[in-house]
Design a protein around this ligand. Structure first.
Ligand code: SF4
Ligand code: SF4
Length: 177
């Protein structure tokens, strides 16, 4: 983080434990294929159009179709396409998936469920789920106003790419519609 305005935006819009994350280890750097790594964030609800408008890029420059029929951000040089100079170049309009990570949503007993990954944040963070951080994740979901069909695609993509990771089941997801 070398842009002060970006840093203050991060303070207000991320989880408390993320503020302790050493930048060399954070999840944006680990966006690449393979066990122990983090897959590219999927794009929902027209997020690609928002990012295209913000950056002036064509969607095809930064997004690609996946086997799960959702668009996902491309990988750059062994990290997310938008991870530049030690920070997210689109922080204000980063995908919902990035906002909620390391929380995620899966399907469990025919219901959408909140989970949190247990093996992806660096040990220095001393990660543990705090009520305030989980509330913030749920607020990100309310703000995103995601339709059930889009959330189903998001979950399908997550099932394909995040299956190897250990997680803790939290509670059922409540959707506005
Ligand atoms: S790796 Fe974990 S603690 Fe670090 S920025 Fe990502 S979610 Fe936050
Ligand atoms: S879009 Fe931004 S926050 Fe999301 S993985 Fe890429 S660099 Fe990180």
């Amino acid at each position: 983080m070398n842009d002060p305005s970006q840093e203050s935006a991060k303070d207000k819009n991320t989880f408390k434990f993320c503020l302790q994350c050493p930048s060399a280890n954070n999840c944006c750097v680990r966006v690449r294929h393979g066990l122990g790594e983090v897959e590219s964030p999927p794009l929902l609800n027209g997020e690609e159009r928002l990012i295209a408008a913000e950056t002036g890029l064509d969607v095809s420059a930064f997004a690609e179709a996946t086997a799960a029929s959702v668009l996902a951000v491309k990988r750059g040089n062994n990290c997310c396409y938008f991870y530049k100079n030690g920070r997210c170049a689109i922080y204000a309009v980063r995908p919902f998936d990035c906002k909620i990570f390391p929380f995620d949503i899966i399907e469990h007993d025919d219901e959408f469920y909140w989970i949190v990954y247990l093996d992806l944040c660096p040990p220095e963070v001393g990660f543990s789920v705090k009520v305030g951080d989980f509330k913030a994740a749920k607020q990100f979901l309310r703000d995103a106003n995601i339709r059930r069909a889009d959330l189903a695609a998001f979950v399908r993509y997550g099932r394909e790419v995040m299956a190897p990771h250990r997680y803790k089941l939290l509670e059922p997801v409540t959707l506005a519609h």
